[in-house]
Design a protein around this ligand. Structure first.
Ligand code: FYN
Ligand code: ADP
Length: 599
């Protein structure tokens, strides 16, 4: 029941508790006293801060919380494994700039969610994982409580921040601190520990309402210094072979129009990192994606916008960048636009760091770029254009082939067409070869439409990301999955069906990790470690829960099935059998996977 005062003020949903009136000796004159409790305070605090969805998995001690949250109008999406709920929350954070909320039970549930929390921190996705925990006194004395674990201590090194709330009146502060920590500055994963005893704690409803905090300006703009902007512009202006690299920080910042204006007004070729694909349409004439291995070593000034010089960019040095040896600097000068001041110089010297939020930084840079801004030398643009056309023509030739059995290219040619016809659809992508081929074959046309394995190259994001993407946006989701990658979150097809989400899962099934043709060298009965069940019927998993399952072996069948899925918006799983010999060990990052010299 709602507190009248609170309902009028539109926030707290206090429970009414009939408490004896002690002034009359507790006899007949019983006055209803408005009380609230930890359950309701948490829900009210989240709602007050614009949170509308919780991704979680109910159980001790948070099952009643999920019930009450749903009753209070929050969308509660219940998963089959906390890791998937965590991935869902993190990508919801990336898509909306609001922290995604993941709710888990104690110890094992908490640990299951922790991988996703750490992944969120690594990827700079704002997320708050809220876990129930066991009794503090018992845990701290190691007396063997139900699901005993010092969760706060374990979460701390993996989260951007971690907090515990012990008293109902502190829930408002705890939630406010968690939200600020998740979205301000460089976003990340935040842990909020709520012991079981907190939830039923009661307090006066009005005092409870007063204790809640609506966070004002949770991610304040950070304006770059004018000196830093000028230094960067001077460096860019003097470049003979400039290049812009757009990363997922740029996609996250939602400064789409200004980023596009910066690229177009300067005329500088750009390279999108995988989750920045579509920030400008991949078909944009300034995209240098199809000339990647040419532009990286040849560029003289590189402008990083929301992209780190980590392994995905070969640490800004070595042969990829034209360095003489694997760790040698290639001679490039770097401008780095980033919200984190300590990111600069993490791998190579940054000559012009521009520190601030990307929206403010790009705006400030644009203010210094007028119509007379010199376009990059034609020689540079022509050389890129040539490489690009050559690679695109080569790709077109490969895509036009129709081999039997189907391979990655002939299958992905269909996905490419379907995305082109449905540019609002969100593409989720994981695997090794299934990831690498999709990244270079399937063009994206709009920002934040490609969600993938990110900074860690983590397998298992597939169904969690798909569920969140569909729930948050209402758009059609197409998940292109390697058969191995799908296995990490496959049971969530039940969740997709239960919530009737418009998700079409396409499994590029080559019967194994990387490929499916390995055999046990001993001749024994066990399969090779990287081989899976031959011709596994993954589509039946979707059928088991009422969705549409389709088994396809040709591009034409795949096209029909995908078009049906997009038309109907029904949960669909397409098991696309491809050549089991298709695929290379580790895809395009074979060099990271050591092999033994001795057979
Ligand atoms: C790209 N390319 C194209 C196009 N786009 N050719 C034609 N047409 C188009 N549209 C070319 C591009 O020029 C490259 O060729 C090649 O395709 C690959 O491009 P990509 O994918 O951009 O570049 P690359 O080298 O693979 O990028 C490096 C990377 C990337 C590290 C950023 O591999 C990556 O994001 N990897 C993530 C891997 C991962 O996390 N795996 C999960 C591990 S699973 P060349 O210019 O000729 O080189 C466990 O095993
Ligand atoms: P990619 O993998 O696409 O190269 P990274 O995750 O390595 O991208 O880099 C993203 C970068 O963007 C991080 O260094 C992060 O600090 C930065 N970032 C995230 N959000 C913002 C923002 N709003 N403004 C500025 N920088 C941001």
């Amino acid at each position: 029941m709602e507190s009248i005062t609170a309902a009028r003020k539109g926030t707290a949903s206090a429970a009414t508790v009939a408490a004896p009136d002690i002034t009359s000796g507790g006899q007949s004159n019983v006055q209803p006293q408005q009380e609230t409790d930890g359950f309701h305070l948490l829900i009210d605090a989240l709602k007050l801060n614009g949170i509308d969805t919780i991704f979680g998995l109910p159980g001790i001690p948070i099952s009643d919380l999920t019930r009450k949250a749903q009753a209070a109008g929050l969308r509660v999406i219940s998963f089959r494994h906390e890791q998937n709920a965590g991935y869902a929350a993190s990508i919801a954070g990336f898509m909306t700039q609001k922290p995604g909320i993941c709710l888990t039970v104690s110890a094992p549930g908490f640990l299951n969610g922790l991988t996703a929390l750490a992944n969120a921190t690594t990827n700079c996705f704002p997320m708050v994982m809220i876990s129930g925990s066991s009794e503090r006194e018992v845990v701290d004395l190691s007396q063997g409580d139900y699901e005993e674990m010092d969760q706060l201590a374990i979460a701390r090194p993996l989260a951007k921040a971690a907090f515990r709330v012990l008293h109902a009146e502190d829930i408002g502060v705890g939630v406010a601190r968690a939200i600020r920590a998740a979205v301000s500055g460089r976003p990340g994963g935040v842990y909020l520990d709520l012991p079981a005893k907190l939830f039923p704690q009661t307090m006066d409803a009005e005092a409870g309402r007063q204790s809640l905090i609506k966070v004002v300006d949770p991610a304040p703009r950070q304006i770059p210094s004018q000196d830093a902007v000028q230094r960067a512009l001077d460096l860019i202006k003097g470049a003979a072979r400039p290049l812009i690299i757009l990363g997922k920080g740029a996609a996250y910042s939602q400064a789409d129009a200004d980023i596009r204006a910066l690229v177009e007004k300067t005329g500088i070729p750009y390279l999108p990192m995988s989750m920045a694909k579509g920030l400008l349409p991949d078909t944009h004439e300034q995209s240098a994606a199809a000339a990647r291995s040419y532009v990286l070593p040849e560029a003289d000034v590189v402008v990083l916008i929301g992209a780190r010089l980590n392994w995905l960019l070969s640490h800004g040095k070595g042969k990829t960048w034209g360095g003489k040896s694997s760790k040698a600097w290639g001679g490039q000068k770097f401008v780095q636009v980033d919200i984190s001041p300590t990111e600069a110089d993490s791998n190579v010297r940054i000559d012009a760091p521009v520190i601030g939020d990307i929206g403010s930084c790009v705006k400030a840079m644009l203010a210094g770029i007028d119509a007379k801004w010199p376009k990059p030398p034609a020689e540079w643009l022509n050389a890129i254009g040539e490489r690009k056309s050559r690679n695109i023509a080569k790709m077109a030739e490969t895509l036009a082939k129709n081999p039997t059995p189907m391979n990655f290219h002939s299958a992905l040619n269909v996905v490419r067409d379907v995305i082109k016809a449905n540019p609002d659809a969100i593409l989720v992508n994981e695997g090794a070869n299934a990831l690498d081929f999709t990244r270079s074959i399937v063009d994206m046309y709009k920002p934040r439409k490609r969600l993938d394995v990110g900074t860690w190259g983590v397998m298992g994001i597939g169904m969690g990301f798909s569920i969140a993407a569909a729930a948050v946006s209402g758009e059609q989701v197409i998940a292109v999955e390697g058969d191995s990658a799908f296995g990490f979150s496959g049971m969530e097809v039940e969740t997709i069906c239960r919530y009737n989400l418009p998700v079409c899962v396409v499994i590029l099934n080559n019967n194994g990790v990387y490929r499916g043709d390995e055999v046990n060298p001993t001749g024994g009965a066990d399969p090779a470690p990287l081989a899976f069940t031959k011709d596994a019927r993954y589509e039946k998993l979707m059928e088991a829960f009422g969705g549409v399952g389709v088994h396809v072996t040709t591009p034409a069948e795949l096209r029909n099935a995908m078009e049906d899925a997009v038309r109907s918006h029904k949960p669909t799983l397409i098991n696309a059998l491809i050549d089991e010999k298709a695929g290379t060990e580790s895809g395009r990052i074979t060099g990271l996977n050591p092999t033994a010299k001795k057979a």
